[in-house]
Design a protein around this ligand. Sequence first.
Ligand code: SAH
Ligand code: SF4
Ligand code: F3S
Length: 441
Amino acid sequence: MRRYHVTTFGCQMNAHDSERIKGMLEELGLGEAPSQEDADVLVFNTCTIREKPDQKFAAHLAQAAAVKRRSPDKVIAVGGCYAEAQRGRLFELYPYVDVAFGPGSIPHLGEWLGAGGFGLDRGSFGLEERSFAGELPMHRDRTFQAWVQISMGCNSKCAYCIVPAVRGREVSRRPGDVVAEVTRLAVEGVREVTLLGQNVNSWGRDLAPEIHTEFGELLRACDAVDGIERIRFTSPHPKDFRRPVIEAMADCETVCEHAHLPLQSGSSRILKTMRRTYTRERYFRLVDELRSAIPDLALSTDLIVGFPGETEDDFYDTMAAVEEVGFDSAFTFVYSPRAGTEAAAMQEQIPDDVKRDRIERLVDVVQRTAARRNAERVGRVEEVLVEAPSRTDQTLLRGRTRRNTTVNFSGEAAPGELVDVLIDGATSMTLRGAQAARVAA
Ligand code: SAH
Ligand code: SF4
Ligand code: F3S
């Protein structure tokens, strides 16, 4: 039997795409190999959001090239966002790559291999051939948690971001298809689903006039599916977070008390040049609205430092915003110019040493704020979905609260179970506790 190996970089969207890639390869009769060396088809599902993932991929591919020198009949397939961004010159940069496919054209990898890809001419498939990976067979490693793709592409024009160029314009999956998949997953034993889209809050707009719907309605439809205990979603864009979605979050028992709400910068001036189309004040108003509707809401965010033209004052506004909102966690990024984006061509690029200094200071504020927020949980009972033994101490279990914080706790429960945990300790990243009692199923 021929075997494949998939290496995945980047976001949850890519991780989910890899489940589809694997499912499709298995349908073609390939088995999964434990390592690149053991595989006949080596797949790389790439990311190009910042320069770092590009470099990581280059290092991995150099290894694959060495494998292929030893066994020339191996197939090297490069998919994902970097493949799309470099489509014109990927074969030139990496002569040993056999097939390239963009994030929207995963099915074409299967067609190419199915047509006898071994020994075939090189293949390259991109944006113009997009279709929903969500319609492909899926290989899931996780049994009780699953991702569900609700849209592909992005219509925003964030000045720093390469995603619209590599994933194309937004196309929403039809509500019936989404709900059918969630129902299928529930029947298979999935208890927690995460709805995925670059901007989940603009979901549905492109379905008009045929279908008039919005994301809040989709949340309600998924909430109604029997067997699903928890619904998460990522990411909503603050500019599109409307009342019906807030109301659905408040009303639906299964929708978790957590929103990942990318702020990017706390300076209205920088937000404007980033083309985020909201101000600091509007973001704060949204936070207030969310918190008054969902009292125990956890908020996480994405922040960029060193965007072109960012002054010390602008940066200060970002640090102050972290404290003022009180984020439970935040991903912090150093701005990385991406070829072809608006910001890459801007004057006033920020020197590396300034960026490094700012990210250090920002990480510090983020950690202090997160530690304070987590400390507030001590003494409370949290509902935890058990995931596995703890990474640091095998005698403990690990799981996540509805607010999406990792908890290491003592207790007896199986992965996939929901348990109540009394929280007795906290760091900036995790909580600690002891199991109280099983939550009645
Ligand atoms: N569509 C999602 C995720 C986009 S990528 C959203 O809008 O939330 C995830 C994060 O990477 C972004 O939120 C942003 O903070 C960061 N990012 C994107 N492009 C970047 C760049 N060129 N340099 C640094 N960080 C970037
Ligand atoms: Fe990129 Fe902005 Fe779209 Fe997110 S919303 S994917 S940051 S362009
Ligand atoms: Fe995701 Fe990276 Fe593409 S963050 S959308 S895999 S560029």
